[in-house]
Design a protein around this ligand. Structure first.
Ligand SMILES: C[S@@+](CC[C@H](N)C(=O)[O-])C[C@H]1O[C@@H](n2cnc3c(N)ncnc32)[C@H](O)[C@@H]1O
Length: 341
């Protein structure tokens, strides 16, 4: 009996180079759909009852036909699940709800924001120069934009708090902060990590250090055990503390400026102080890893980079620190523990 067309089709469907290309290029639009769904609060409109695209579109003010197509694509990648003409949540789509304890909504939304999309339009500039697109569009730098535009600053702070939710839980589970004494969180944003550490380790106290407008927006977290210190780590002295934490700060900067920040920490640090860099570490494994995507995000936005263990070690060494250990956590970040050399 001759083989059926289906049989030939099945043989031809073995993944090959073309599938590699379509998978990677299609990812551009999968990510964009994810960011749009986060911005429009689609996951918030879906509870435990399966809903049609029409119902979700009516609740969120988008086009039902377009939303159905967007959700079909996302569901093919495990964000939402499609069940005939209805959609339900998966673990991943639940993380896009605003009320999820580890909500990634505000972080995911920024990947499709007007400013991000505008930078992507100038991607070639970064590829040709190795410099961030921000240099071309906003020569004063990424953080100066947030300084001068309060709404942009608020959106960024919310994105960082959202990004950090899963990281903070994973850091607390992986590290014992009980003997960390006074801890400075340098570039600590809204203080989400520091507040959680101080709450978890009752003998610790905290100092949140960040740019003045950021600290102003964090005013309500000040307490007996958590003080706020506005300042610029390139210009102002840092506080003397037992422990310094920097989460996703060093990755914002090129080697010259990352060195300046760590040198400022070393200058302020008493000899017994410990340093905890909370960052993703690019693995030796050549396979896909979120850190390699975030490395490109850093390339175009701030001119920073994600680093390998060796790159972290060499940076620390240059700035007068000795890397002691790298502790993996259950999220994308590791804790890079260092002592004064
Ligand atoms: C990528 S965010 C990380 C925030 C927080 N540590 C987290 O992981 O959620 C970088 C932080 O560095 C702060 N920052 C940038 N430039 C700074 C400067 N010159 N002095 C002090 N803080 C700065 C930003 O305001 C922002 O809060």
């Amino acid at each position: 009996m001759p083989a059926s067309d289906d049989h030939h089709a099945a043989l031809d469907r073995r993944p090959g180079p073309f599938d590699t290309l379509t998978g990677v290029l299609g990812g551009l639009f999968v990510g964009h759909c994810l960011a749009a769904v986060a911005r429009f609060g689609i996951a918030d409109a879906l509870d435990d009852t399966p809903r049609t695209a029409e119902e979700l579109a009516e609740a969120t003010g988008v086009n039902p036909e377009a939303l159905g197509r967007v959700l079909r694509l996302l569901a093919a990648h495990g964000v939402f699940a499609a069940d005939s003409d209805r959609f339900t949540h998966t673990g991943a789509s639940r993380m896009l709800r605003s009320d999820h304890p580890q909500s990634w909504r505000d972080f995911a939304a920024t990947f499709g924001s007007e400013s991000t999309v505008k930078r992507l339009a100038y991607f070639d500039y970064s590829l040709q120069t190795g410099l961030p697109v921000t240099n071309k569009l906003n020569p004063d730098g990424f953080f100066a934009i947030l300084d001068s535009d309060p709404e942009a600053g608020r959106v960024f702070d919310a994105a960082m708090a959202s990004k950090a939710r899963i990281q903070v839980a994973s850091v607390l589970a992986a590290y014992d902060f009980s003997d960390c004494g006074t801890i400075a969180d340098i570039g600590g944003g809204q203080g989400h990590l520091l507040q959680a550490v101080v709450d978890a380790a009752e003998r610790t106290t905290g100092i949140l250090f960040d740019l003045p407008p950021v600290i102003e927006r964090a005013a309500e977290i000040a307490s007996d055990r958590l003080t706020l210190q506005p300042g610029d780590f390139f210009k102002d002295p840092l506080p003397a503390c037992d422990t310094y934490m920097l989460m996703d700060v060093i990755h914002d900067w090129d080697v010259e400026r990352a060195t300046a920040i760590l040198a400022a920490v070393r200058k302020a640090a008493p000899p017994h102080a410990r340093l905890l860099l909370v960052e993703s570490v690019i693995p030796d494994d050549p396979g896909p890893d979120w850190s390699k995507a975030m490395d490109i995000v850093m390339l175009i936005h701030t001119g920073g980079r994600q680093r390998t263990r060796g790159e972290h070690e060499s940076l620390l060494h240059t700035c007068g620190f000795r890397l002691k250990r790298v502790i993996a956590t259950a999220s994308d970040v590791s804790i890079i523990e260092a002592a004064c050399a």
